[in-house]
Design a protein. Structure first.
Length: 220
């Protein structure tokens, strides 16, 4: 299950949204993941509910993530789970969940933290910082990768499910490359290619001239 959770960080959803993911939420034609539900606990009862803020969204699905997810689904087929909708006494709602516990039921937050997440740190022989190394750290990792690749704050806010891009900016601005670094990278991309092409042309000319001189010596 740990591997499946990490794979799903390629479409960084909140933990409750990950637990509520169904195979029918995957749009293979457009390569997107529909975020339409989460698993919450209300008065000690697990329920299905809309994503945080009540807003559904579509998140790009990388081919590498889809491949790993398909491999997981092949080994562990989705399980149909029926839970109340939004409230403990809400109308029953069924969904084919990709991630379930060993008993084939919905995953509980506490049991996941203790058995799966903490267990992953133990197997990797890593020291876990309680306030820093929760599953939310994977959300920050997802954001840092996108920002480092030049993704806009507006797009990142949409993928993360933030209603206000200004909030995303406040949380993740420290992860954005500095203006100076972006300038260096931009110029390096353009001039680096040009200088490389010029150097290659000069090398070819030198080699051609050397061949001409060698031909002249041989015929003298």
């Amino acid at each position: 299950m740990t591997r499946a959770l990490v794979v799903l960080q390629g479409n960084r959803r909140r933990r409750g949204e990950i637990f509520g993911l169904s195979d029918v939420d995957i749009d293979r034609q457009d390569n997107v993941l529909h975020v339409v539900r989460q698993v919450r606990w209300v008065d000690g009862v697990p329920v299905f509910a809309p994503p945080k803020g009540g807003k559904t969204r579509d998140v790009p699905m990388p081919a590498s993530v889809l491949c790993e997810l398909d491999s997981y689904i092949e080994s562990f087929p989705p399980t149909e789970i029926t839970l109340p909708w939004k409230e403990a006494d809400g109308e029953p709602e069924a969904a084919r969940l990709i991630l379930v516990n060993a008993l084939g039921s919905v995953i509980g937050r506490q049991s996941f933290n203790q058995q799966t997440w903490d267990g992953a740190f133990a197997r990797a022989k890593l020291r876990k910082a309680p306030r820093q190394d929760g599953t939310h750290a994977l959300r920050h990792f997802y954001a840092s990768v996108l920002l480092d690749s030049g993704e806009s704050i507006k797009a990142l806010a949409e993928w993360l499910g933030h209603t206000d891009p200004a909030f995303t900016m406040r949380v993740y601005t420290h992860l954005m490359p500095s203006s100076a670094e972006r300038t260096r990278q931009a110029i390096d991309r353009v001039l680096g290619e040009a200088i490389g092409d010029a150097g290659e042309s000069a090398t070819m000319e030198d080699e051609a001239g050397s061949d001409d001189r060698s031909d002249g010596l041989e015929t003298a």
